[in-house]
Design a protein around this ligand. Structure first.
Ligand code: WTA
Length: 685
């Protein structure tokens, strides 16, 4: 058993990091990919690691850029003059929509680009060819350009469910150089508003309804909230474009359309049938999209991804890590509202001319066999999901995969550490012992994979994501900036030594926060224009084994990872404080069998207010309203007071131990040690 010591000392009061809760499992044996897999693999050349070594940096990334079609090649591969806002392929001209669609038409016009699978099995799967995608994207681009007056550089907020219309919308934006900002459909209208305000979007694109768990949910009502809330913050949204789940029919009849503001896309489109819009030749470094993610403060930050660098990076990693070939049927179960969906449902697979599956609903609707039925019926051979879904599927239908006749050659796990037991079920039962697995560790900010195995070249090790992928050079530092060498058995803060094309360019509108949060920690010289002086801080704790495989232990900041989705503890805490009775709030991560982590919310009330179940419910609802159902706390604990340091900081570490029923440690230094026992009684009974 490898002893893992957590080195990161975290600011007092926020000591319950996921790193400390992370399971200390033992080093596992390795699994080799099959000969059959290797024989067909896109990358079997061991020399790739040498080609992408630091010695060959940054020129090595030309290999990824050459997977794309450029209008004009770049003048400079990496411009570091504004470090750490790095610009890749500077001077190059490219269009992402062209690369994902137009360039495939000559040979593959009639090949399926998107299989859209509705949640209801009584509805037909929509097989959209590249030609059809071309037509839909062009027509919708005409709507954006002519009807909405949008042009390159404008921002548009999308708040759409899993649908074929979502990639159509994204690619139509990309065709014009309009910057899309898709907000996860499960988020609330208020969350969409916050993001629209930050990005100054004047247009909101949504859908009237979608299915989830067999219910047709009214989604349009969230757009009304979003417009109202954005207006309160001074952002006027003048147009709401509403796609229809059933074209020509309105599926949210209880939520009226607002005259002069809301438009059915399917009506507006009629005027643009047959329209063709020339892709705009965008500078490689122009933003392609924003993806908001949770940080350590209440305010989500818009990770700003570039056109040329991002597209090159996701195309390269889709080809070599996901092993996507044009003839593959590829299914990533993530939501397109997350970075995984942007990079590895839409941009990467379509740039490679694959067929990508988009599933509307939940994995277990109407039963535990649904995923495997979809895989069987569509001939899916590459499957991509997160540990939270794997745990759930294993729990509800451990023997289901064997009942279906599908064969995966490759499977991915992403989003959080996967326990070796769960990994083995994935390998043996879902993959039937035949599929190569890649565990891909990365972040919204990084655009694409950081650590993983090249599946034909490196063995799989359950629980470890692997070494840096080509061109990514991780390094683990302790608190004082000393390097913790591979095999030393100590965990530290994992950083990446070098920039890469998928790395976000900045936080939208907040360069200072970008520099502070991701680069200041280990920066050698804040004035430096050399990339060598700017290691990227991921915010994760990790341990590197002697063989260079990295095991991620979790976050070191105030971010918790629920079902593989990042939530800022501050976001939840400030949402709780919108309830007037609440005086203080604290969120801590709690271990959960399926979700990995769930938030527990502790609140203290203002003087004279009584704790009631009704109030606890109202607080929980406030969080759902502000952020979305995904953030709903496992439990709202109304406590008489928070455990505090003498300087008045809430001791989340203590609350975390109580929720997780682990050792609380010494509390005598607290300002109010007696409160701990009272809370313990309340929570643990
Ligand atoms: C965690 C999702 C362990 C990590 C792509 C990271 C992982 C955060 C893995 C980013 C993995 C992601 N193993 N942990 N394979 N993948 N994480 O921005 O803590 O939603 O910092 O991006 O998820 O979450 P995000």
């Amino acid at each position: 058993m490898e002893e893992v010591v957590i080195m990161s000392k975290i600011e007092e009061g926020t000591e319950t990091s996921e790193a400390q809760i992370a399971v200390h499992w033992q080093e596992e044996g390795v699994y080799a990919p099959s000969v059959k897999f290797i024989a067909q693999s896109n990358m079997t050349d061991e020399k790739v690691y040498e080609r992408f070594s630091l010695k060959n940096f940054p020129d090595c990334f030309k290999e990824y850029a050459d997977l794309l079609d450029w209008y004009k090649y770049w003048d400079e591969i990496l411009d570091t003059s504004d470090a750490p806002c790095f610009k890749w392929f500077k001077g190059g001209k490219i269009n992402a929509s062209y690369n994902c669609i137009d360039r495939h038409l000559e040979k593959n016009r009639n090949k399926t680009a998107i299989h859209f699978v509705p949640e209801l099995e009584t509805e037909r799967v929509d097989h959209i060819t590249y030609q059809e995608l071309f037509v839909r994207v062009n027509e919708f681009a005409a709507v954006l350009q002519d009807f909405c007056g949008l042009k390159a550089g404008d921002r548009v907020t999308l708040h759409m469910p899993m649908s074929a219309e979502l990639p159509v919308t994204m690619l139509a934006c990309a065709r014009l150089g309009v910057i899309h900002s898709q907000v996860f459909g499960g988020f609330s209208g208020k969350a969409a508003a916050d993001r629209a305000v930050d990005s100054q979007s004047k247009v909101l694109i949504t859908m009237d309804a979608y299915y989830r768990g067999g219910q047709l949910l009214d989604h349009k009502e969230k757009a009304d909230t979003a417009v109202a809330e954005a207006a309160k913050d001074g952002q006027k949204i003048d147009k709401v474009l509403v796609w229809q789940r059933y074209p020509g029919k309105y599926s949210a009849p209880n939520t009226p359309m607002v005259d002069g503001r809301d438009y059915f896309v399917n009506d507006v489109l009629k005027k643009y049938y047959g329209a063709r819009i020339e892709p705009v030749q965008m500078p490689a470094e122009a933003p392609l999209f924003l993806m908001y993610t949770s940080g350590t403060t209440g305010k989500p930050k818009g990770a700003c991804h570039s056109t040329g660098g991002y597209l090159a990076y996701v195309t390269g990693t889709s080809k070599y890590i996901q092993d996507i070939h044009p003839e593959d049927v590829y299914w990533c179960m993530a939501d397109i509202g997350w970075i995984t969906g942007h990079s590895y449902i839409v941009y990467g697979p379509l740039a490679l001319c694959a067929s990508t599956v988009i599933y509307e609903g939940i994995p277990n609707y109407p039963d535990a066999g649904r995923c495997w039925r979809i895989a069987q019926d569509l001939g899916v051979n590459i499957f991509h999901t997160a540990p939270t879904a794997i745990r759930a599927l294993r729990k509800i239908g451990p023997d289901e995969p064997a009942k279906y006749n599908y064969e995966f050659k490759h499977m991915t796990t992403v989003g959080e550490p996967i326990e070796p037991e769960v990994w083995k079920w994935y390998y043996n039962v879902v993959g039937k012992g035949k599929a190569a697995i890649v565990d891909t560790w990365w972040q919204t900010e990084t655009g694409g994979f950081l650590c993983s195995t090249i599946p034909a070249l490196r063995a799989m090790k359950p629980g470890s994501c692997g070494p840096g992928v080509p061109g990514i050079h991780p390094i683990v530092y302790d608190e004082d900036g000393n390097v913790l060498p591979a095999g030393c058995g100590k965990a530290g803060n994992i950083c990446i030594q070098n920039p890469w094309p998928g790395l976000m360019q900045t936080i939208w509108g907040d360069r200072e926060r970008f520099v502070r949060q991701y680069f200041s920690r280990y920066c050698k010289d804040p004035k430096s224009k050399r990339w060598q002086d700017w290691p990227y801080l991921t915010g994760d704790a990790a341990v590197e084994a002697a063989d260079g495989y990295v095991r991620i232990l979790g976050r070191i900041d105030d971010v918790i990872n629920v079902s593989g989705h990042r939530l800022g503890t501050k976001e939840l805490e400030s949402a709780a404080l919108t309830v007037p009775e609440v005086a203080e709030s604290a969120v801590v991560p709690v271990k959960h069998d399926i979700k990995g982590i769930e938030p527990d919310l502790y609140v203290a009330l203002k003087p004279g207010i009584a704790a009631t179940p009704e109030l606890a419910k109202r607080i929980s609802e406030a969080i759902v309203k502000e952020i979305g159902a995904i953030a709903r706390p496992r439990k709202v604990w109304i406590v008489p007071d928070m455990p505090k340091t003498r300087s008045g900081k809430i001791m989340r570490r203590v609350l975390g131990s109580i929720s997780n029923k682990t050792d609380i440690g010494d509390v005598m230094t607290l300002a109010n040690p007696e409160i701990v026992e009272a809370i313990q009684k309340l929570v643990q009974g």
